[in-house]
Design a protein around this ligand. Structure first.
Ligand code: PLP
Length: 397
């Protein structure tokens, strides 16, 4: 069946829940760092499906592995063993330093699992007081009720209140509040090492030290939400070590599956030992297709992609510094590896459209920030081309 653009938009507006505000473009195929619309127009993709398509689009190795896996075995559920979960868990354990993996299907589920496991940890120890969570201003942890409860952004939270009780938010710019907020009733502190949706804000080293100190003082667990910052995005598998955080639980998602839905909660042995069979689960979690995709992503990272991210990142941040020097409207440039945020003095929404008109895909977050999350396969030439388009877009807005 062929559909026209009008059909696509008309069908969606008639039958699909109108909870997304889409840009007026229909993508039909992709290759590497590029997407092509229904007229064959090429766009440089500097958002990669919000940090997901880590190997870019139409990756032959990933496609071959998924095709092969689909013909062999796709899904059996967690009633039985299959060959790939243990292999992927062992690889992730070596990469994160946390001993056990729980697999799920999205970032929010990975966060949800970490929150539940933190509660279960204290419950198993007989400490029924320790049920609270401390999160941070500007945080985003997902849309399910638990993850939403630790998400700061009021417009995400407020229509769904009351959320789970016992959550407080410490100011990321005034971490001395942790002295007051983290105590013997805190199950866990949860933090994004780089706050993605909150405007690409790497946690300052000083704040990370205060978080570690608060957890050490009170015994509270530390959950690092590396859904956006992890899985190689910053040139290292995780960003937590770069700022000196040693979490008990880590949430992973997005780039890990290269486009296949997968999430993972990585847990220390200490936490994992308190989880009993039947405490938590999900039908799809860790199915063969998702595990196979993640194994391909990890192989590619090891085969040179991780090093390439570090090299290309230098080009990206040099280019962004040059843009900042040219445009007074840019008030800050933040990020690491292949996650970057350009903060503007005013709403950055018109820039997203201006970039799209020029063939560049970026997105806006936290109202004033243009976020770049290119695929890991992006080249230095792509960066030069993309930044030239962004330069022109900024000049004309
Ligand atoms: N945690 C962080 C840090 C995220 O950036 C996101 C999504 O943007 C999530 C959790 C939720 O992930 P998902 O949309 O896959 O549920």
């Amino acid at each position: 069946m062929t559909t026209t653009t009008t059909d696509v938009k008309a069908l969606e507006s008639r039958y699909v829940l109108q909870n997304y505000k889409r840009l007026p473009v229909v993508f039909e195929r992709g290759s590497g760092s590029r997407l092509f619309d229904e007229h064959g127009r090429s766009y440089l993709d500097f958002i990669s499906g919000i940090g997901v398509a880590s190997l870019g689009h139409g990756h032959a190795g990933l496609a071959q592995a998924l095709g092969d896996q689909a013909l062999t075995l796709s899904h059996t559920s967690n009633l039985y063993f299959h060959p790939l979960q243990g292999e992927l868990a062992a690889r992730l354990s070596a990469l994160t330093g946390l001993q056990r993996a729980f697999f799920c299907n999205s970032g929010t589920e990975a966060v949800e699992a970490c929150l539940k496991f933190a509660r279960r940890f204290w419950n198993a120890k007989g400490d029924r007081q320790r049920t609270k969570f401390v999160a941070f201003t500007h945080s985003f942890h997902g849309r399910t009720m638990g993850s939403l409860s630790v998400t700061w952004e009021p417009h995400c939270r407020e229509p769904f209140e009351p959320l789970i009780p016992g959550v407080s938010f410490a100011s990321i710019d005034n971490v001395s509040e942790l002295d007051r907020l983290v105590d013997a009733t805190t199950a866990a502190v949860i933090v994004e090492p780089i706050q993605g949706e909150g405007g690409v804000r790497p946690i300052p080293a000083e704040a990370a030290r205060a978080i570690s100190a608060a957890c050490a003082r009170s015994g509270a667990l530390l959950i690092a939400d590396e859904v956006q910052s992890g899985s190689g995005r910053t040139g290292q598998f995780l960003y937590s070590p770069a700022i000196g955080l040693t979490p008990d639980c880590i949430a992973l998602g997005k780039a890990l599956g290269g486009g296949m839905p997968i999430g993972a909660a990585m847990l220390s042995d200490q936490v994992a030992a308190t989880i009993a069979a039947g405490d938590h689960g999900t039908t799809y979690g860790g199915n063969l297709l998702a595990c196979r995709a993640a194994l391909v992503v990890l192989d590619e990272l090891e085969r040179g992609l991780q090093a390439s991210i570090r090299r290309v990142s230098t080009r990206l941040f040099d280019g962004l510094a040059a843009l900042r020097a040219r445009h007074a409207s840019i008030v800050d440039v933040r990020g690491a590896g292949l996650i970057a945020g350009l903060e503007f003095a005013t709403d950055a929404a018109p820039l997203v459209t201006a970039a799209l008109d020029r063939g560049l895909l970026v997105n806006r977050t936290a109202t004033t920030v243009i976020r770049l999350l290119p695929p890991y396969v992006v080249t230095e030439q792509d960066i030069d081309e993309g930044l030239a388009m962004l330069d022109d877009a900024i000049a004309h807005v």
